[in-house]
Design a binder for this molecule. Structure first.
Ligand code: C5P
Length: 236
């Protein structure tokens, strides 16, 4: 995957964090051609959102399925095969070697790209210790990023603050997908480590995942257009 070749417009991924397929379809219609890439996560996926993957791809959009898979290898492999058939572009898995290996083998021959979640951004060193890990966040992120690369995973989900250091670890062949994006002046919500779209791009993010700043805007399309313009400008 060549991050430098990604079309500027495809770098904005709008998170369809909505409670029904109808609400999601209404938002997609409002955003029109301003947005080419959508993320479907737990909330929408478990509320009848999976058939939307095919509908969106049939309409020429790309879909990131944020399902963060992790199970025994065989189950992960079968799940990944099913996701590949849905036509999604990105799928997240947790960055455990067995899980990543099974997922990478199962998607071979399809156009599905895998993104690894190294350490959830809500975890700090204390949470890792409580979960039985001996490494802190920084060391575990580094170890898992390296494993992901060796196992053929295509990209990593990370905070924009981690982008520069992750590029040093994995180079520029893996794509970095960053949530925690807030255009200047928009509400932070529960995100703690945030960056504006232009700073995130300058820091090395390849794709920006944005939910509430678009979904909750008075004019979602104008909000998406403004982010697109900022991305384009930051890319120079
Ligand atoms: O509304 P907001 O822009 O904060 O949405 C960010 C999206 O990215 C949400 O769908 C959230 O689940 C997701 N995400 C995140 N932090 C991570 C991983 C995913 O905010 N570490």
């Amino acid at each position: 995957m060549q991050p430098s070749k990604i079309a500027p417009k495809d770098r904005l991924i709008v998170a369809l964090d909505l409670s029904s397929a109808e609400a999601a379809e209404a938002m997609v219609a409002r955003l029109g051609d301003a947005v080419t890439f959508y993320k479907i996560g737990y909330q929408l996926g478990y509320a009848g959102g999976l058939p939307l993957v095919r509908k969106l791809t049939d309409a020429g959009k790309k879909v990131f399925l944020d399902l963060k898979l992790h199970d025994i290898g065989n189950t992960v492999a079968r799940g990944v095969e099913s996701v590949a058939r849905l036509g999604a572009t990105f799928l997240t898995v947790h960055a455990y070697p067995q899980t990543m290996k099974a997922a990478a083998e199962a998607r071979a021959g399809s156009s599905l790209k895998l993104l690894a979640v190294t350490v959830l951004t809500s975890y700090d060193d204390g949470d890792l210790h409580a979960a039985g890990y001996r490494l802190g966040v920084a060391d575990l992120v580094e170890a898992r990023a390296q494993q992901a690369q060796v196992l053929g995973v295509d990209g990593l989900v990370c905070s924009p603050e981690e982008a520069a250091s992750l590029h040093k670890i994995v180079g520029h062949q893996m794509v970095l997908v960053t949530p925690g994006i807030r255009p200047a002046g928009s509400a932070t919500g529960d995100q703690k480590r945030i960056m504006t779209p232009s700073r995130a791009i300058s820091a090395g993010a390849d794709y920006l995942v944005v939910g509430r700043p678009v979904l909750e805007a008075a004019d979602p399309r104008a909000a998406a257009d403004a982010i697109q313009a900022e991305i384009k400008q930051a890319l120079g």
